[in-house]
Each structure stands twice: as structure tokens, then as C-alpha cells.
Design a protein around this ligand. Sequence first.
Ligand code: F6R
Length: 609
Amino acid sequence: MCGIVGAIAQRDVSEILLEGLSRLEYRGYDSAGICTVADGKFHCLKTIEKVQALRTEVAKAGCPGGLGIAHTRWATHGGPSVVNAHPHLTERLAMCHNGIIENYQQLKDKLQAQGYQFKSQTDTEVLLCLIDSLVKTGLDTQEAFRQALLQAEGSYALALIDREHPGDLYGARRHSPLVVGLGIGENFLASDVLALLPVTRRFIYLDDGELVHITRGSVEIFNAQGQRVEKDIAESSLDAESISKGRYRHFMQKEIFEQPQALENTAMGRLSADGIAPDAISGLAQHDLSAVDNIKIVACGTSYHAGLVGKYWLEELTGLATSVEIASEYRYRKAVVKENTLFVTISQSGETADTLACLRLAKEQGYLKTLCICNVHSSSLVRESDLSLLTRAGAEIGVASTKAFVTQLLCLLLLSLYLGEVKGTLSAPRRTQLVESIKKLPALCRDALGQDEAIRQLAQEFAGKHHCLFLGRGIMYPIALEGALKLKEISYIHAEGYAAGELKHGPIALIDKDMPVVVVAPDNALLSKLLSNIEEVRARGGLLYIFSTRSLKLKNDAHSRIFTLPDADELLQPLIFTIPLQLLSYHCAVINGTDVDQPRNLAKAVTVE
Ligand code: F6R
């Protein structure tokens, strides 16, 4: 989704801005732009191509000056075009915006009546003109900015500059992330710390409703009422290695192979001999969970699939009734909240607009406590939840979620283990057994990654296909859903995930020799049922690709190809069987020549509804 970078320095800032934009490319975008100030003039360039094309234009035309802002845009209001690309400009001001101004039409009507004419179809230009109109009443830029924001409804992260004041950079946020980067004699603004890692490791995270005034030597933060607020400075532990591809061709590939290490990090220090270490979940000291009787999980996309797996674990290990919902659905229905329900959100970014809106709603709905499972410690979701369980997957740059998903799964398993102990539903020997199994998990995932070459060859058979079915039963059903999501989002092959028992209720009509059917079939209690579903496909001439447990010794035949994975505790199978499906979509995407790390139309952090 959109990315913002801003900088104020003694040196020219265009290189800092362009480097920042390159580092935000992973979020997904369809146009980019930059605007600097030198000699009282704006120097603005925009493109509907990649940041590299903008770099070439800057090299040709020049973008001088020690003050500037830059943006990657993911279209919401108005299609991708140079006119709609940010920064937007008036005679005096330039601004970049992430988010949506919901009342832009009302504001636009008012401004048109005052004589404003608009070049773009964006809501951003409307907000900019509102600020401009207030500057024209004699307010200074900061006050005009603050007053305009009081009239704006919706979400925003903003960077604003005034060509008459080349020593000032302004920012503001509501429901969309924005951080201030602190340099020495220079300061920065960005929607994501990754953009600023080459210039600083010291950050101030803005909260909703805050506005910042930045100069080369100072940073002042104000609340919506215009009062100064003091904020902590945080040191980022991310390093350059975490955002480079290393020896891999794509970030997604690197992140798939990082999963064993990521899982080790997730578990590190959180396990005791027979359960969970006391400080495994942040916030437990203040928020006791012994009264929890029910669990509600809310998330989007891949994180929602993690929640679906979590339901199986939570109900089996804790006996607590658990329901899972898509965030964009939950937030707009009248939910009945049962007494003593724990509200759990799952999100890689911690900034997904629908998930965040559900958390805020849940706080008004009488839930017992809120807990988030998240990969970004500084995110809004972590800051606003009572308790948090960080996934510790490290920076995930590929748009398709891989290591974030498996670490979310492990966090859900840890939560189940903890609640099972608290509720007395898990015996000490079973807890010890589970702890031992979790310790083996990284090695089992390394073993599963050993299928890479076999799956790369298999992907050749998928390359010409247009549709694909994924089948699973029980706890493997959400893994089938996730396999289908991964395949469609990065290889653009249409795929559907089904509970295998549902096959005869409709999808079986699709089976023919051109429809690959991928089955996740570990050795578990539902295997015999699943084998019957496999026969239903075989009998109709379907092409079967079966991922199964090594000890089962299933055999290839004219209709089916078998891929084997290591034997493991049944509860851990979802994590292990996810890996070959990720590899399958990765290799299909490479063969289909898609943009693996930035698939079309997709964004990494979906910060708008
Ligand atoms: C798919 C994918 C998305 C995200 C979804 C939620 O590979 O990454 O479906 O899972 O957009 O994002 P987060 O987890 O950041 O809330």
C-alpha cells in the first residue's frame, strides 16, 4: 500500500527519498513521485512506472534541495496516473498522503465554491487545498494543517512542505502509520522504519491524532488540540541483512527458507520443561486470563487462515469455544459477545485497517481482554491491545505472507498450551510432550524444504493450467485454503480451497483431466475419510498431487503423484504441510513470469478499508 518518505537536511535529500521509496516498494504501488524545495521553488517529478524510472528522471531533470517528500501510491480515489500520483501541489504547498479522506466530496464542494479547481481525482488534493485555503486566511502552515485535520474524516498519514518555509517539514497521522527518524543535524519522516534504515536507527512512533513539526535540529509533536506531547525514542534492531535478498532470487523464496529459523525465534525463551514460560505473552502480569471462557479470533487473508487453524488447537487443547471471523465482516455486523470472551486479532503488519477497526470496536463491546498476535512490535495493534504475542518472524518483504503465517501458527499453539495449562485441560505429561514436539519443529520444516527441487519440477506441470483445487480435512482444511490463496495471489492461477468432505456437494463437477487437485493428506485421524475423497477424484479422471506423510508409503500411479513429508505430532502437521504449498506457488509464479514479490494489485499492509 502507499508509502511516504520525507527528509530535511543540509545536503540534498533526493537520494535519501529515492532510497526510502525503493525500500517501500514491497508494500505494492502503482505510481511514484518526489518533490523537493530549492531556491523557493518546487522540483516535482512523477511516474506511473517503478521507482527506478523515477530515479532515472531525477538523474536527468534534477531534484535539488535539503527539504523534500516522496511517495509510492496504491490507487484508491482516481486510477493510477501521473496526475493522480503524489505529491500533490498547490502554488505554495506540497503533500503526500496514505489513507482515505472519507468526507472529501463535501470538502471539495465547499472549496469549489471558493474558486478552487482540482487537477486530480484524489481525496488528497482536496485536503491539501483545504490546508491551502486556511493558510490564505493568515494562519501559519502548522496551524492551518491542524485545523484542516479537524475537518477531515477518515484515515491518513501525511507529509507536508511549504516552499516559503524550506526549514520545516510537517507530518500527521490517524489510523495509518508514520514514524519520525532522528538523524544528526537532519531528520526524517516515513510510513515504515524500513525506508529510513540507511540513515538512522532512532525513531519516534507517532500516535493517532498527532502532528509533528520537524526541522533539521528539532522535532516537536502535538496532539489534536495543539498541545505539545513528549514521546519516547525507540532504537530499531532491524539491520540491512533483514531487508536484502541475500543469495535468493526473490524475497518470498528467502522468507520461505527462513522459516525454520523464524520458528526457532518464535519459541525462543518462551518454553519451559512442561509448558509456557511466565513472560511468554506480554501483558500477562497485568491481565490475567484465568477467567476466559470463550475465544473470538478476527483477522484478514492469510492471518485469517492462521486463525482457522488456531480454532482446532484451542478447542482441542483448552476446551474453550472458539470462533473465527473475517475482520471486514465482523466490524459491520451486530455481534453477540458472550461473557468472559477473549478477543484475539492476528496480523503480520499490525496496521490492517479492518483488523484494527475490529479491535477498537471490541474494546467497546465488553470483551474480557484483547490479545494480538503480530509481527511488528511498534504497530497500532500491539500498542492498543491488552496483551500481545509477537511472532518474531523478522521483516517480511514479499507481499505473500509465508514466514509470518507459520510463526502466527506457532504463536496460536503457544497460546493454546498456555490456556490449556491455566484452564487445567492439559495434563503435565501432554504439555511436556507438546513442548518436546515444538522443539523439533524447525528441523521438521528444514526436512520439508528438502522437497524444493521436486516441487520445482512439479510446478512445470501447473504452468499451463488455469484452475486448481486444494483439498484438506479437519485442521488441514485451512491449510488447503491457504495453499489456494498463495497460488492465486502470486501465480495468478485461479485456485479454490475446499474441505474434502464438501467435494460431492458441488466442486466435484469441476473434476476433469485438466484440473489439478492438490491434497494435503498427512497421517492423522481423518486419513481414511480423505482417502475416500481422493478415490472420488481418481474415479473421475482428475489429476491428483498428494502431499503425505513419509511413513504412509503411498504410491504414485497414472492419476496421482505423491510427495512425502516428515512424520510429526498431528498437531504440528499444519505447519509442516504449509511449506510445500508455498514452494509450489513460488515456483509456479516464477514459471509464469509474474512479479513474485509484488504481485499485481496487491499491497503488503492494507491500511485502508
Ligand atoms: C496473503 C497476505 C494477505 C494478508 C492480509 C492481512 O499472502 O499476505 O492475505 O495476510 O492482507 O494482512 P496482515 O496480516 O498484515 O493483517
